[in-house]
Design a protein around this ligand. Structure first.
Ligand code: SF4
Length: 114
C-alpha cells in the first residue's frame, strides 16, 4: 500500500508543477477542464489501478492465511506488526507461535460495562 501512496505522491509532485508551468503558455478557456482530465488520467486513475493490483496480488494472504485472523496483522500494508515482516502464503514470520485471534481485541471493560 505504501508503494501506491509513494508513486501517487511522485506523480502529483511531477504533474502539478508541469500543469502550473503549462498554464502560463497555453491560455485557454478550457484550462480547468484540461487540468482536471490530466489530473484524473495521470494521478487518480493509475492510483486506482495500482491499488486494485495490490489487492489482487495479496488477496490470498489477506483472506486465507493464519495471519488474516491474527490481531497483529495489518491488512493495508500486508504486514505482521509483531515481527515487522511481510508474510506470504509460504512464509509466516512467527511460524504460528505469535498468533492471537482478532476477537481478543475487545477490552474486558467493554464487556462488563453493558
Ligand atoms: S504474529 Fe504470526 S500469525 Fe500473527 S500476523 Fe504475525 S506472523 Fe501472522
Amino acid at each position: 500500500m505504501g508503494e501506491v501512496i509513494f508513486w501517487t505522491i511522485i506523480r502529483i509532485a511531477v504533474v502539478i508543477p508541469i500543469l502550473w508551468w503549462a498554464e502560463e503558455f497555453f491560455h485557454t478557456q478550457f484550462w480547468w477542464t484540461i487540468g482536471l482530465l490530466v489530473i484524473y488520467g495521470i494521478i487518480i486513475q493509475p492510483a486506482i489501478v495500482h491499488y486494485r493490483l495490490f489487492k489482487t496480488k495479496n488477496k490470498d494472504i489477506i483472506e486465507s492465511t493464519l495471519c488474516s485472523t491474527c490481531k497483529h496483522f495489518d491488512e493495508s500494508a500486508v504486514l505482521c506488526m509483531l515481527h515487522d515482516k511481510h508474510p506470504t502464503t509460504a512464509f509466516l514470520p512467527c511460524e504460528g507461535i505469535g498468533w492471537e485471534p482478532k476477537s481478543l481485541d475487545v477490552d474486558s471493560e467493554d464487556i462488563f460495562s453493558n
